[in-house]
Write a protein that binds this ligand. Structure first.
Ligand code: ADP
Ligand code: MG
Length: 384
C-alpha cells in the first residue's frame, strides 16, 4: 500500500513544496460482461489497489506531471489545449484536464506526481484510476465542488475522445462511487445503482493468464456490431426494442428462430447475462454465495459458448479454479481472449487457492500467473 507520507516526501524532493494527496481505485467486474454497451447491468467493485496523485498548485496555467510508473515528465498548457492526445500515458490525465476545462471549469496549473499500484493493462482499470484521481485532485485544488457523476462522465469522455478508446462508463463510475465492503450493481442505461454488501469472509481473487491474443480488439468491435444487427432484426417484430436490454429470454425464444445462428447466440448471452446480474444481486442480498458462484460459472460458459470471447488459457484457469478448495465461483472477466479471471474465494482458503491455481496453470502452460487478492474498497477521495 502506498504511504501518503512517503509520496509527499517524493513530491517535495521533486518539486520543492508540500502536496495534497488524492487517490482513486481500480476495479473488478464480478458479473455482467459485454452488457455495458447493450444498456444492460454490470456489477463492479472498487478494489484496494489505487492510483495516488500528489499535487500542488502553480502560479501559471501549466500542468507538469510525472508518473513513477513511467520515466518522462510531461507538460500541458491549459491555455493551449490540444484536441487529442499525443499517444502516451499523459493522454489519460491531460485528457481529463482538457475535458474539465471544456465543461467551463477554470482549473489552476499544477505540479503532479503519480504513483500507481493498480497493475497496468491487466484489466483492473488503471486507466480509470489515473483519470479519476487526477480529475478529483484538479477540481479540489481549484476550489471547485466535486460532483462524482459529472467527474465520471468527464473521465469517460476524456478516454473516448482524447485517448481514443471507446469504453463505457463502468470503470470511471465505480472508481468514483465504490464503497468499502460493497459491490455495486449499475444499470448502464439509467445509471441507477445499488450498493451490495459483500460478506467479510470472502475475497475477490483476480488471476492473470498473462496472455492477450491479437483478436481482442477486432472481435470486440465485431461483437458490438452483431448486437446492433440483432436489435435491428428483432425490432421488426418488437418495435419497442432499442437495445438488447429490452429483450427477454421469452422474446428470443419466440422470435429468435428468424435470427441467423450466430446473432441468436450472441443475443442469448447478453439477454441471459443481464438476468444473471439481477439474480446475482438478489443472491448477494441474502448472502447466498453458493448461488452467486453458480451464476458466475454460467456467465463463463455463456461467454465461452454463446459469445465466443474466451480462449484456451481462460478456460483452463477457470477449470483449475473450480477444482480448488474454498472457491464459490470463477469466470473470465473483461473483454476476453486473454486477460484475467475473477474468483470468489473464502478468505480462509485464499492461500491454498492461490497455490493451486498458480501451480496448475504454470504446469499446463509454462506461464506463471500474477494473482491479486482484493477486497472491495472506497472510491476516489482526498487522503489526509
Ligand atoms: P487497464 O485500464 O486495464 O489497466 P488500459 O490500457 O485501459 O489498461 O490503461 C492503461 C494505460 O493507462 C497505461 O498504458 C498508461 O497509459 C495509463 N496509466 C495507467 N496507470 C498509470 C500510471 N500509474 N501512470 C501513468 N500512466 C498510467
Ligand atoms: Mg482501462
Amino acid at each position: 500500500m502506498t504511504s501518503p507520507a512517503e509520496l509527499a516526501e517524493a513530491f517535495q524532493s521533486l518539486y520543492g513544496s508540500r502536496p495534497r494527496i488524492y487517490r482513486a481505485p481500480g476495479r473488478v467486474n464480478l458479473i455482467g460482461e459485454h452488457t455495458d454497451y447493450n444498456d444492460g447491468f454490470v456489477m463492479p467493485a472498487a478494489i484496494d489497489f489505487s492510483t495516488s496523485v500528489a499535487i500542488d498548485a502553480r502560479d501559471d496555467r501549466r500542468i507538469v506531471i510525472r508518473s513513477e510508473n513511467f520515466s518522462e515528465p510531461v507538460e500541458l498548457d491549459l491555455d493551449q489545449p490540444p484536441a487529442r492526445g499525443r499517444g502516451d500515458w499523459s493522454d489519460y490525465p491531460f485528457g481529463v484536464a482538457v475535458k474539465l476545462e471544456g465543461t467551463g471549469q477554470r482549473l489552476r496549473g499544477a505540479n503532479i506526481l503519480v504513483r500507481g499500484e493498480v497493475p497496468i493493462g491487466s484489466g483492473l482499470s488503471s486507466s480509470a484510476a489515473i483519470e479519476v484521481a487526477t480529475g478529483f485532485a484538479l477540481l479540489d485544488i481549484a476550489g471547485a465542488p466535486i460532483d462524482r457523476l459529472d467527474l465520471a462522465k468527464v473521465c469517460q469522455q476524456a478516454e473516448n475522445e482524447f485517448v481514443g478508446m471507446r469504453c463505457g462508463l463502468m470503470d470511471q463510475f465505480i472508481s468514483c462511487f465504490g464503497q468499502t465492503g460493497h459491490a455495486l450493481m449499475l444499470d448502464c442505461r439509467s445509471l441507477a445503482h445499488q450498493l451490495l454488501p459483500l460478506p467479510e469472509n470472502v475475497r475477490l481473487v483476480v488471476c492473470n493468464t498473462m496472455v492477450k491474443h491479437e483478436l481482442a480488439a477486432s472481435e470486440y468491435n465485431a461483437r458490438r456490431a452483431e448486437c446492433e444487427e440483432s436489435v435491428r432484426l428483432l425490432a421488426r417484430e418488437l418495435p419497442e426494442v432499442r437495445s438488447l436490454r429490452d429483450v427477454t429470454i421469452e422474446d428470443l425464444e419466440r422470435t429468435g428462430g428468424e435470427l441467423p445462428e450466430v446473432i441468436r447466440k450472441r443475443s442469448r448471452h447478453i439477454v441471459s447475462e443481464n438476468a444473471r446480474v439481477v439474480a446475482a444481486a438478489a443472491a448477494l442480498q441474502r448472502e447466498d454465495l453458493k448461488t452467486f458462484g453458480e451464476l458466475m460459472g454460467e456467465s463463463h460458459r455463456s461467454l465461452r459458448d454463446d459469445y465466443e470471447v474466451s480462449c484456451e488459457e481462460l478456460d483452463l484457469m477457470v477449470n483449475i479454479a473450480n477444482q480448488a478448495a474454498g472457491v464459490f465461483g470463477a469466470r473470465m472477466t473483461g473483454g476476453g481472449f486473454g486477460g484475467c479471471t475473477i474468483n470468489l474465494v473464502a478468505a480462509d482458503s485464499v492461500d491454498i487457492f492461490k497455490q493451486t491455481v498458480a501451480s496448475g496453470y504454470a504446469q499446463a502452460t509454462g506461464r506463471v500467473p500474477e494473482i491479486y487478492v482484493c477486497t472491495p474498497a472506497q472510491g476516489a477521495e482526498r487522503v489526509a
